[in-house]
Design a protein around this ligand. Structure first.
Ligand SMILES: Nc1ncnc2c1ncn2[C@@H]1O[C@H](COP(=O)(O)OP(=O)(O)OP(=O)(O)O)[C@@H](O)[C@H]1O
Length: 251
């Protein structure tokens, strides 16, 4: 399989403080990859880089010719502003912006697609509910419905099964497997090692930098996990980017 993504010595961070250092590697088109690591390892930061929300401090991410609209990004649920006054129907409908444009009209065909996506995640009847009234699991189902509509080649899921019940996890995992079966490239940040072992063929273990990347069984060793934990504990959050990474200050 050709590469869908190439990380070229990429460093990502905030206010010039790196959070993910010097990542090199490729993700094949159609791969299903778990991104794991301790809290603060840089998983969300990496995904924000993939989604184009965060520009690399240095290095680059080659999206294999994908347009940013070919990427569906599901943020961590804590990053969603639940007080935003929008209905479930309208929020899921934003998944169609790729085809309709921001100000595109919403005809019957589009409305039907939204209804079908809501049905696919078990949210019939929730159309007019304000997103602020949803439970954690319903919220996650809604966000998956939006990803469904985006019809993206690359799907990036940040802790998609966090704090949701077993039934919801199973339903949403079935969607992830469907996307994988359709040949889409899927990356998911996960904390559940059993789930990763059982369902994800490939894993990137991150601890501010890559610790191991490859077949899940080879990455998920006690030794690698210990190294990742130590690397995260030892990391200095106030460190500046490496001198080599900084843009030249010379005029
Ligand atoms: N908006 C931000 N501004 C400044 N620093 C940030 C910001 N977001 C994350 N960080 C820092 O970047 C580092 C990596 O955080 P990140 O959220 O990417 O880790 P993570 O692996 O997703 O963690 P978790 O598993 O806890 O969600 C952390 O030290 C974090 O405090």
């Amino acid at each position: 399989m050709p590469a869908q993504l190439k990380f070229k010595n990429v460093t990502l961070g905030y206010d010039r403080h790196p959070a993910v250092h010097h990542l090199n590697g490729e993700v094949a088109a159609g791969a299903l990859v778990a991104v794991i690591g301790p809290n603060g390892a840089g998983k969300s930061t990496l995904f924000r880089g993939l989604a184009g929300i965060l520009k690399p401090l240095s290095g680059s991410i080659d999206l294999g010719g994908l347009d940013i609209r070919d990427i569906a990004y599901l943020p961590q649920s804590v990053d969603i502003d639940r007080s935003f006054p929008i209905s479930v129907f309208d929020l899921v409908g934003t998944g169609l912006w790729r085809s309709t444009g921001f100000f595109g009209g919403m005809g019957k065909a589009e409305r039907d697609k939204i209804t079908q996506a809501l049905a696919a995640v078990g949210l019939n009847g929730f159309e007019n509910r304000s997103i602020g009234t949803l439970s954690g699991g319903q919220m996650q189902r809604m966000l998956f419905a939006r990803v469904l509509l985006q019809d993206a080649r690359l799907i990036v899921l940040d802790e998609p099964f966090n704090a949701i019940d077993t039934k919801t996890s199973a339903d949403l995992l079935a969607l992830v497997k469907r996307w994988h079966g359709e040949g889409r490239t899927v990356l998911a940040a996960l904390h559940d090692m059993e789930l990763v072992r059982d369902q994800f063929p490939e894993t990137l273990l991150l601890a501010r930098g890559p610790v191991a990347w490859g077949a899940t069984a080879e990455v998920l060793t006690a030794e690698n996990l210990m190294v990742a934990l130590r690397m995260c504990e030892a990391f200095d959050d106030s460190a500046a980017a490496c001198a080599d990474d900084m843009p030249s200050q010379a005029a």
